[in-house]
Write a protein of this length. Sequence first.
Length: 563
Amino acid sequence: MNAAVWVVHPPRAEADALAQALDIPPALARVLVNRKILTEAAAREFLFGDLDKLHDPYLMKDMDKAVARVETAIARGEKILIFGDYDVDGVLSTVMLKKALTTLGAQADYFIPERLTDGYGIKDDHVRIPVERGASLVISVDCGIKSVEFTARAKEQGVDVIITDHHRPGDTLPAAAAVLNPVLADSGYPDAGLAGVGVTFKLVQALLEKAGRPAGLPHYMKLVSIGTVADVAELKGENRLFVKLGLKGLRDVANPGLRSLLDACGLRSRKISEGDLGFRIGPRINAAGRMGMTDLAVRLFFSEDPAETLALVQKLDDLNAQRQKTEERIFNEAKDRVETRGLDKKYKCLVLGSPDWHRGVIGIVASKLKDAFNRPVILFHYEDGKAHGSGRSISDVPLIDLLEDCKEHFTSYGGHRLAVGCTLPTAGMAAFRAALNPLADARIPEDSLKKKIKIDGPLAFADIDERFMGVFALLVPFGVGNPKPLFMADNVEVISDPQVLKGKHLKFLARQNGRVLEALGWDKADWRHLLRRGSRVSLAFSLMTSEYMGERKVNLSLEDLRT
């Protein structure tokens, strides 16, 4: 029960100053300081920032070149081909840019490779696609930063290329008409953490503002918010603003496809949260790409026919259900293999593969295994002599750095700090493992593999009042970089017999100094053996609200407990 280490942020003087300057509860000022928000100005922007806080898109290197080339293409009637990606980030980037270009009078088409046949990114031989379709300008979204040969070949065919991406570059940048990527050392952009949709939005912002149509920008924010959360981008700076404003916009949706999708998720009649973006909306869009039918998701956002949008959403729902079953089977197989062979006792980074594991879902399963064993995981699908891998990592371990130092083993690789993809010959797997394992042993401290629960500070039940919850609501959206605050409370008495809900959740009443709150432990049914009425415990918890019969109630969502 006490396997997890509780790491409590120490109190800091800046929190006292913020609490006084902003007139907010000290516990919430401490949360802001824990997120490295240390000044009154930074806190006000974090809590109250709006559309006027968006950065100037021209701060990003090459934005002027990109806008000028697109304007020339529109003026000349050139055909523009958007080259996208099959995940949520790539699909919504494609949709956004096509809608914006069409609004501005451009002839815009798109191409998205299929995950199961083409794999990730722009391949050298993809140059045939713009040539066959008569496009003289290609704009990549959420991909392309390593497409050096493609860009050179396209130029030879009279096709210019604009790259918009957020992944790390290779040793050489493509010789493109413009390269928009905030992670480049010389990009000049103040926010390096944008997802692909964020970079695409900055191009859309620049184009619409130049054309005198900035009023249309909030409409795109809805899609940016979904893509940003689905791509697990850090919710700091501009990303936080995108999601905050997008969630507000999703209360009023005009697009028939998006409306149908919200209906299917049961979200049209209630307030939408960042959790809904990541666990309801995103997975349905993603399912199309994961199961090899990406175009279904793109078509959904362009359809004006209610019957068609309903059919497309039903198909996405079916694909998502199929994905969930496939994912569960692979997770159980992989978990059993790790436990049976004691692999988590031998290796700091788990590497597993099978020809029977669906290539489209191994990334999700890697993420679940990463959570289960608290270490980086890379899973592979073997097919036609190739090993296609997808990896996820814990917060302390930048997995892309480990791959960088094994790059001689790959035919292709890329990704972010905590999410990677790679391909290599199946025959090279043993050599890859032999290279990776010593690197992981040397670079991953044992302490990093212990599950840590990072607690913002103590919070007495008596302090959780209406004013507190009003300020707490300003901290949303929560996610990577702005996790939901975790608090702790000692000397808490269990005053009801714990109940098991749906066979897996736990509920009981908790009392501290006379104040009683309902405590819910999601997937914590096994705790019932540790608790009984009259027990005294320490709790690590977040806060959640619910409404019943018009009455709003605050509950504790339990992360851990100590008896």
